[in-house]
Design a protein around this ligand. Structure first.
Ligand code: ATP
Length: 231
């Protein structure tokens, strides 16, 4: 579904991506893990088109995205949930969700999203700013789902959440995958991300340094030492 080849991207003269190649097949959940500053967010932003590429290619369902602006990529079904949630605090939960559908010009798709996140149904008339961090993350994901993504790009969904909420968010993401959504998941919580993924990639300083089945990566001593906090 997504084929990235030798992708590079820079901030001014500083390279953030230096020849990244990876792929995501239809229906897969692929985790991308790595330390702070490795380039994970930049990669997602380059796929969604808000950050320009300086070399290489991105193909989505066979189509070269090079000339397509972010809006056109969203219309193809590439939808990103940005780091830090960015919900509209004064607006109600329901209006935040409806904005997601507006972005892709799709029909409203509210009921299945509320079914997946019952807490959003309970709080649909409340201001989004009153939700807890975990609930706001669910809202950010729910808003992206309103656009009926073909490929969902999730950036650090567990950031700043207490362990219990991290487990809940990852359980919801795993449920989405079972429902058939194709997902590229970036998270510093490598254990949790690889724990629900089919495959994974490890990124360091703008490059992919390892890739493989998620279970194999979890057992890999290099990954264990660097990202899983085991000796
Ligand atoms: P994090 O988990 O901290 O978000 P990351 O793996 O997502 O890390 P990026 O945010 O993609 O990494 O950053 C990759 C590199 O690009 C880092 O060296 C970072 O300092 C730099 N960088 C990121 N955003 C900008 C920017 N707007 N301007 C200049 N440099 C940037």
């Amino acid at each position: 579904m997504l084929e990235i080849s030798k992708l590079s991207s820079c901030y001014g003269r500083i390279p953030a991506l230096a020849g990244v190649s990876l792929d995501v097949r239809s229906g897969e959940l692929v985790a991308l893990v790595g330390a702070n500053g490795a380039g994970k967010t930049t990669l997602l932003r380059t796929i969604s088109g808000v950050q320009p590429a300086s070399g290489g290619s991105i193909r989505f369902e066979g189509q070269d995205l090079a000339r397509l602006p972010a809006r056109a990529r969203a219309q193809l079904g590439i939808v990103q949930v940005p780091e830090g949630r960015q919900v509209f605090g004064p607006m109600s939960v329901e209006d935040n969700l409806r904005l997601g559908a507006f972005a892709r010009g799709s029909d409203t798709h509210l009921d299945p999203v509320l079914e997946l996140f019952p807490v959003l149904a309970e709080k649909r008339r409340e201001a989004a700013g009153n939700l807890s961090g975990g609930q706001q993350q669910m809202l950010a994901i729910g808003r992206a789902l309103m656009a009926r993504p073909r490929l969902l790009l999730l950036d650090e969904p567990s950031m700043g959440l207490a362990p219990r909420l991290v487990a809940e968010i990852f359980a919801r993401i795993a449920a989405l995958r079972r429902l058939g959504t194709t997902i590229l998941l970036v998270d510093q919580n490598a254990r949790a991300a690889l724990g629900i993924a089919d495959r994974g990639y490890v990124m360091e300083t703008g490059r992919i340094v390892l890739g493989g089945g998620a279970r194999d990566l979890l057992r890999n001593p290099q990954v264990q030492r660097a990202y899983l906090g085991t000796c």
